[in-house]
Ligand binder design. Structure first.
Ligand code: F6R
Length: 243
């Protein structure tokens, strides 16, 4: 794994925005895998600003997001689709036809997971997958446990993950759905390149376990050790236990 440590999250966001903008400029039909969450917010802001400054063309880019809540769709304020529309897709002019998303309101959730994997394959696979990491070592909504489901699947969320998402629902835990759809680790590991972002001291333990610990379903991020092209973009706090 290649590890880059930045003094603060603004510097991390700027470096990553430059990296992604350069990629899109060099390869306009890039397929990006994207996370939601707090961690990528400064990066998305900087990417929008940099893209505008450079006049970057996003019309051929395809995107696939990692996960979505069951029961929520683009119109719902707490949905990840809405999050992405507001922060990235609309500001960059990325049209709905370019966007791949798990549909949390699909009638047959298993079929929806299979459809999503097929859509990624039909797009040629993901060139660059960006990831956040949960304080418990989760990736997407692949939660720690006795086993991991490798394909894209339906997840019952752990209390800790629901609590971490309450901020997208006005701080009301009761409004956070109990289930989600998530790309599985197998789908994530099929990406040609992966960059994991982590900021803040509350991620330091998970980062250490992911990078230095054994492969274990107790730390889903540890499976990233199996991938040949993984980079970590960390701020100093998230990196503090790497020594
Ligand atoms: C969201 C996702 C999650 C987050 C993780 C960290 O699409 O995949 O795994 O990356 O929960 O969330 P933040 O960045 O809010 O700390």
């Amino acid at each position: 794994m290649h590890i880059s440590v930045f003094d603060h999250e603004g510097a991390l966001a700027a470096a990553l925005a430059t990296r992604v903008a350069d990629l899109v400029a060099a390869r306009p039909a890039t397929v990006l895998g994207l996370p939601t969450g707090r961690t990528p917010l400064p990066f998305y802001e900087q990417l929008v600003a940099l893209s505008r400054a450079r006049g970057l063309d996003w019309s051929e880019v395809r995107t696939f997001n990692l996960d979505e809540f069951v029961g929520l769709g683009a119109g719902d304020p707490g949905s990840y689709r809405r999050f992405m529309e507001e922060r990235l897709f609309a500001p960059l002019g990325i049209a709905p036809g370019q966007v791949g998303f798990l549909d949390g309101r699909a009638g047959d959730l298993e079929a929806e997971c299979a459809r999503y994997e097929a859509a990624i394959a039909a797009a040629g696979g993901i060139d660059l997958q960006l990831l956040g990491i949960g304080a418990n070592g989760h990736i997407g909504f692949n939660e720690p446990g006795d086993h991991l489901e490798a394909p894209t699947h339906v997840v019952t969320l752990l209390a800790r993950s629901r609590a971490a998402n309450a901020l997208w629902f006005g701080g009301e835990l009761a409004r956070v759905p109990g289930q989600a759809l998530s790309m599985g680790m197998a789908a994530i590991l099929r990406s040609r390149e992966i960059i994991l972002l982590a900021t803040g001291a509350e991620k330091a333990e998970a980062v250490q376990a992911a990078v230095r610990g054994p492969l274990t379903t107790r730390v889903p991020a540890s499976f990233l050790q199996l991938h040949p092209r993984v980079s970590l973009f960390l701020d100093a706090e998230a990196a503090e236990r790497l020594g």
